[in-house]
Ligand binder design. Structure first.
Ligand code: SF4
Length: 342
């Protein structure tokens, strides 16, 4: 079982101490005996302990920076939402294929923002622009926000903020099962709580540092009982020997563990495994022993964002994935909605 995250080292940016949450977090970590260092800006965090890049990468992933979010212009977040809402960046998990390895580059530490009211105000303005159409905000574009929330309760505040809005909806996805503090949040049905789910072999082989499959399923059950609309992102869908059986067992377990309440309003998103050449280089550097299949010659090349091509499964394999997983979903969860396959 993966224990709830506790940072080995905390940095605090001076501006963060002007906010009650900033002060509260510093006191909390000092009381826990975690070393707290001051920094003028997160960009100044250069001398993390460790002799090699490999060691520094690992230490950075257990370092937390308490900071202030300056950019209040939100990125778009297709296909799952209109906007990405920034609460945290970085993650303590060690998934070999994590997209943050390329997007966060040299700053793999976790950074949590304490100026929540500014972020909520910006969200309010985005909602006004689109009203009366609903506006969906995705909170996990730059982190696994649940992984750190038992310490900060930022997400809990966000859930309650969106709970009382007329047009706002919040969504996020997690690979962590530490959800107990979120169960009594006044969500008002306006937050879709999603779990990233995969077959057991894939989680065990490629997702160290995250909650195991059975823990995620158990947490999903609790969340649904607390009345949250529930969803699963099956990602990355990865082909390996026995994948059809692995995914079948996953759906069987989900079906037997979830109550009828959970099944009533359930969504699935499906994302196939893909990689880019730069991502492959970073993965091989950070996880040199990985068993991840990254052979370009076995994949189909596809234009990606920013002109960087990505390698996806061949058309035939994609059809096989859609048919196989689609049939499992319609067998085990006939009422569920498949939002997209990409
Ligand atoms: S849990 Fe998500 S954000 Fe964290 S390392 Fe794994 S893939 Fe990346």
């Amino acid at each position: 079982m993966v224990k709830p995250f506790i940072p080995q080292l905390v940095y605090v940016e001076p501006g963060a101490l002007d906010y009650p949450l900033g002060k509260e977090l510093v006191t909390k970590f000092e009381d826990m005996g975690v070393e707290v260092r001051e920094t003028t800006s997160h960009n100044q965090i250069r001398n993390l302990p460790g002799d090699t890049d490999f060691q520094r990468y690992r230490i950075a992933k257990s370092t937390l920076v308490i900071g202030v979010r300056k950019t209040l212009k939100f990125d778009t977040s297709k296909p799952s939402a209109e906007y990405a809402i920034p609460f945290v960046t970085g993650c303590m998990g060690h998934c070999h294929y994590c997209y943050l390895q390329t997007t966060m580059g040299s700053k793999p530490y976790i950074r949590t923002y304490v100026n929540l009211d500014d972020i909520f105000e910006a969200a309010e303005n985005y909602m006004k622009e689109r009203a009366p159409d609903p506006t969906r905000f995705e909170a996990s574009c730059t982190s696994d926000v649940v992984g750190v929330d038992h310490l900060t309760h930022t997400l809990k505040k966000a859930i309650e903020f969106f709970g009382q809005t007329e047009y706002g909806k919040l969504r996020f996805v997690t690979k962590f099962a530490h959800v107990d503090h979120l169960l009594d949040a006044k969500h008002n049905g306006r937050t879709r709580f999603r779990f990233s789910m995969n077959d057991d072999y894939i989680i065990k082989t490629f997702e160290p540092g995250t909650s195991r499959q059975n823990e995620r399923i158990e947490a999903a059950g609790k969340v649904a009982e607390a009345g949250y609309p529930l969803g699963f992102i099956i990602a990355p869908i990865y082909l390996h020997d026995g994948w059809k059986q692995g995914y079948k067992e996953m759906f069987e377990k989900l079906e037997s563990e979830l109550s009828n309440t959970a099944k009533k309003d359930l969504t699935f998103e499906m994302i196939q495994h893909r990689f880019t050449k730069p991502a492959k280089r970073v993965i091989e550097k950070n996880y040199p022993m990985t068993k991840l299949e990254l052979d370009e010659s076995k994949r189909k090349w596809k234009w990606g964002r920013y002109g960087i091509g990505k390698y996806v499964y061949t058309d035939e394999e994609q059809e096989d994935i859609k048919d196989t997983l689609g049939s499992y979903i319609s067998t085990f969860f006939p009422q569920a909605k498949i939002e997209y396959f990409t």
